[in-house]
Design a binder for this molecule. Sequence first.
Ligand code: DGJ
Length: 706
Amino acid sequence: MVLLCSLGATAQRQQFTIETQHVSLVFGVGDNGRLYQNYLGPRLSHASDLEHLPGGIEAFLTHGMEDYFEPALHIQHADGNPSTELKYVSHETSTASDGASQTVFTLRDDKYPVTVRLIFKAYADQDVIVAHSEIVNGEKRAVTLHNYASCLLSLSRNQYWLTEFSGDWANEVNMSESELNFGKKVLDTKLGSRASMFMPSFFQLSLGGKSTETTGEVLVGTLAWTGNYRFTFDVDQNHRLRLISGINPYFSAYELKAGETFVTPDFIFTLSMQGRGLASRNLHRWARHYRLKNGEGNRMTLLNNWEATFFDFDEQKLVGLMDDAVRLGVDMFLLDDGWFGNKYPRSSDHQGLGDWQETASKLPHKVGYLCEQAAKKGIKFGIWIEPEMVNPKSELYEKHKDWVIHLPNRDEYYFRNQMVLDLSNPQVQDHVFGVVDRLMTDYPQIAFFKWDCNSPITNIFSPYLKDKQTHLYVDYVRGLYKVLERIRTKYPDLPMMLCSGGGGRIDYEALRYFTEFWPSDNTDPVERLYIQYGFSSVYPAKAQCAHVTTWNKQASIKFRVDVASMGKLGFDIKCSDLKDDEIKFCQQAIATYNRLKPVILDGDMYRLVSPYEGNHASTMMVSPDQSHAVVFAFDINPRYRENLLPVRLQGLDPNRQYRVTEVNRMGGWPLGCDGKTYSGEYLMTVGLNLFGTTRLTSHVIEVTTL
Ligand code: DGJ
């Protein structure tokens, strides 16, 4: 009996429902005055049923009381007492400034003046809920926060299957699935700046059995925090799952002064009863509408010089590449790493980082000349920076060693020959903001930034934070947001790409400030099929930069362009690497991409055939009014005499007639379906023969209503 009470099976005095179109999340207040989460699942439409819900798990489990599992909150009070008991005080529902329905629960400890607010924003149409907590210290002295989760959700199902996305540099987001049983599974990072190098901050959790793209109940969640995160999946002895999401408390005990409030990052989740595809589409739609910078705006195609030149370039070469950009027909030229440093010119990744003045020997007429050249040629100009970092071989390091994160009495450790600047320090924040501001002031024609971040935080010690070293992981991220906010305020329309040695740092808080991200330095189109597929679980095609390069020369230019056309298309290649007919193909493919961009970048994505299933892959995008779709199909590694199945399309109107046209053709025979008309019903139930038995073949199909 005692055990049951402690787990929340007390009578419920009041019930509160947070709901979206298809999901209900129900809380109730127990006789003991605490708040419990009683339900999370398909929407319950009869309010009268709520009173029958069995008592759930306490909504924000605290350390020091009687629950046996992982707490969401652990506070050490000013008098040293480490326990907190939260009692329900009030609940308020209102419409947030972005239109979401916002519910705020206020909870308070009656022994200590500590208040906790649990805040849930429900986006009805997208079935997305965004949750965070706020902890207010009303004590007269400081308290220490040891655990401070954004959100605790509890679920009761017979099975839980967790899909995680692990990897490394150039090998991002490999999907693997395992069943959760009694005990804890933790997904986390302690890398600091390049925080998600080994795993991005999202997961898929199938409930009651495995889900597929189109079937099953699945919760997809992600933490909007550009630093150390932790997801704890804790299955108890009754097979109930407690999912705790938030900043990783590792080496992050945080002192909260009297009167201060600690605001935790957003945990964003959706629940789909029709598989993973719908869950992704929910998040994509939500992100384009509410979160991603300029989420509903246009994106520029570009030519980047990184793989074309690496550090070896001068003005003439760059202007030549601009001519290539014009010849191909892209919107912008993007100058990558290697343009700065004079005492220590950035001729390799060993030096110069931090010294953001143009290298005189390489760019005697500075960036202004490049902007002018680009303007003359009718294209935009973008530039790469990595402002949070420093090479020890740099003037910045020589002048400001006190700005660098490092342990004073230990050997320095270099990751890619560099170190991380201490963004907890306001002077460093000014410096980082100044890198962008100086460039924009000197060269207002700059139309785009690629913001890189190649090193995790190592040998962690902040010369600035002195005796508050456990604040560094959190204050670093807060410092970064201060800088990004200043940039967004001063340059609200400036598009920026978030990059971190590939996809080492991507999340939905950073993406308030960035229009797109670089998923991986691996641009082998076959690998990209897997990487783009993995990231699409949470991020829309519009945010995923995909470039055509010379990686994997076995793959035709058509295959490479078709893979990159599934995201935000770019090129990292010289025209001299291409034959005339290949250049002609690229020109046509870019024009077609520009025409199809509204569907590809703003449509609903359906993952039709997973590359993980074996030998082929297919993805399609459908316009919101179902009048226009684009289907991409790839033969990766087909078997000899394989029994090929048609690809069933999704998301169309079964009662409309659609014309099917193959686009991006480069020689060969057209597909049998080319030029034919089918009903949406036929396309979705019988499907089209899009696969073949030749390795590295691809097709792009445009589907339009008559
Ligand atoms: C890592 C990025 O992922 C690359 O695209 C490139 O910008 C290099 N850094 C430059 O150093």
